[in-house]
Design a protein around this ligand. Structure first.
Ligand code: FAD
Length: 451
């Protein structure tokens, strides 16, 4: 008979926590999990899933416009925000139920409530004190708004999905992928969108060509994109008056701050453990996700890192296998593909050109910019950019970047080839699918010489 109530207590039923709990229970561990807000975590409730549904919603208007060159005519239909919002809510409620069932079927006990660690083996939740041999912190991240006059009038990605009224004039502050995606969504749904970024170019961390290309393409769809500009203050009158750092003013119905996320550690009780944080305030763990307190583990967004759902899932699986199943390889973080669901999408995997030059010395770059075939008839002024980066010595393709329709879908497939170590010669010997944009990746013959 174990001295503990459970073998594993997971705090947070998001992407990483649910996967770890289900798998550990599948290996025969006695598992409990606590969730204080919403089953499925950020991704299901205020992240990937509702965002992608809204991205789909935002693309219909553009399709109606584009159809005219293909012979369609008539007035376009109108958009109704409550219908989208409430249909989204219903779908998310369905998914919340699916997550509950998945955990129950796996045999994990669910506690509804905010968990607080009281010692390295004990958690307080829902009025109970529960002990476990191992604690897993999978509490994710939380959006962060810097302090400035009127900052309490701004909202975050947590609130934007369920606004009562559609924000016809929206100011978005931030230059990361979340800010860019919401700019595309609300612009596509018909709002007048101004996106502000305090630096000289947004999408830090992406390939420079992609960043510059996105800065040219996104305003074409109507987003008023302003760099080196920030919010100084917000005042509430009939609408919101947004004072900018360049002295100008904007009137808005809503101001969204997408300026970063912090590890969600509030009230977690870490002071009752030896858990240490890294320089960014995330829980420091080793490659088995063990913190500096031997019985306490952490994974997913709360540990910093890549902050992507598939990464949290992979970590959850690796943790469960390592602690309760077969010893296994740690998660390999090389060549993790990712997408920005702006219009058109950005897809990226592997090294940026700048990183590759530092890591490999000699690299060969292939680039192609073209108008997507669809827009020859739609008349839309949109350019696709595709780029390959090759390690000149080994011929291995080490970076692949694209901004164009379906870039997310295309990049996922390319990532498999790149993880398998595909060389440029293998890309070249692959027959294309014609006519697609993706075939460009296997027909890039001329190295970019900088002209
Ligand atoms: P989470 O999913 O955040 O789960 C943490 C859970 O813990 C939450 O449910 C929270 O309520 C709960 N919790 C916290 N503290 C406690 C406590 N003390 N007691 C009980 N429960 C607690 N990733 C992608 O891969 N693709 C995308 O397209 C994408 N889009 C995104 C869009 C937005 C707007 C945002 C914000 C994020 C997006 N992400 C995307 C990131 C993705 O959502 C996260 O990387 C992922 O959810 C992290 O999983 P997690 O398990 O670490 O934490």
């Amino acid at each position: 008979m174990s001295e503990f109530d459970y073998d594993l207590f997971v705090i947070g039923a998001g992407s990483g926590g649910v996967r770890a709990a289900r798998m550990a229970a599948g290996f025969g561990a006695r598992v409990a999990i606590a969730e204080d807000r919403y089953m499925g975590g950020t991704c299901v409730n205020v992240g990937c899933v509702p965002k992608k549904l809204y991205v789909y919603a935002s693309e219909f208007g553009k399709s109606f416009e584009d159809s005219r060159g293909f012979g369609w005519s008539g007035t376009g239909p109108s958009f109704n925000w409550p219908t989208l919002r409430d249909n989204k809510k219903a779908e998310i409620s369905r998914l919340n139920g699916v997550y509950r069932t998945l955990l129950a079927n796996a045999g994990a006990d669910l506690f509804d409530g905010r968990a607080r660690i009281v010692d390295p083996h004990t958690v307080h939740v829902a009025g109970r004190s529960i002990s476990a041999q191992k604690l897993l912190i999978a509490t994710g991240g939380w959006p962060y708004i810097p302090e400035f006059p009127g900052s309490d009038l701004a909202i975050t990605s947590n609130e934007i999905f369920d606004l009562e009224e559609f924000p016809s004039r929206l100011v978005i502050v931030g230059g990361g992928y979340i800010a860019v995606e919401f700019a595309g969504i609300f612009n596509g749904l018909g709002a007048s969108v101004t996106q502000l970024y305090r630096g000289s170019l947004f999408l830090r961390g992406f390939d420079q060509d992609i960043r510059e290309h996105a800065a040219r393409e996104i305003p074409k769809s109507g987003v008023d994109l302003r760099f080196e500009c920030n919010v100084a203050a917000i005042r509430e009158q009939e609408s919101l008056i947004v004072e900018l750092t360049d002295g100008s003013m904007l009137e808005a119905d809503c101001v969204l701050f997408a300026t970063g996320r912090k590890p969600n550690l509030d009230g977690l009780g870490l002071e009752h453990t030896q858990v240490t944080l890294d320089e960014y305030g995330a829980i420091a763990v080793d490659d088995e996700y063990r913190s500096s307190e031997p019985s306490v583990f952490a994974l997913g967004d709360v540990t910093g890192g890549m902050e992507l759902t598939p990464v949290a899932l992979a970590e959850g699986m690796a943790f469960a296998r390592r602690q309760f199943g077969q010893p296994n390889q740690p998660v390999d973080y090389d060549f993790v593909p990712t997408a920005v669901f702006c219009q058109p999408n950005i897809g990226t995997v592997g090294f940026t050109e700048q990183e590759a030059r530092e890591a490999f010395g000699s690299v060969t770059v292939y680039k192609s910019t073209f108008r997507p075939m669809k827009h020859t008839l739609s008349g839309r002024d949109e350019q696709t950019l595709m780029k390959l980066i090759v390690d000149t010595d080994s011929d291995r393709v080490i970076g692949l970047h694209m901004m164009g329709p379906d870039a997310g879908e295309i990049t996922q497939g390319m990532a498999v080839a790149m993880r398998a170590g595909a060389t440029k010669a293998i890309f070249d010997s692959t027959i294309g699918i014609h006519p697609t944009a993706a075939e460009e990746f296997v027909t890039m013959r001329e190295a970019w010489t900088g002209d």
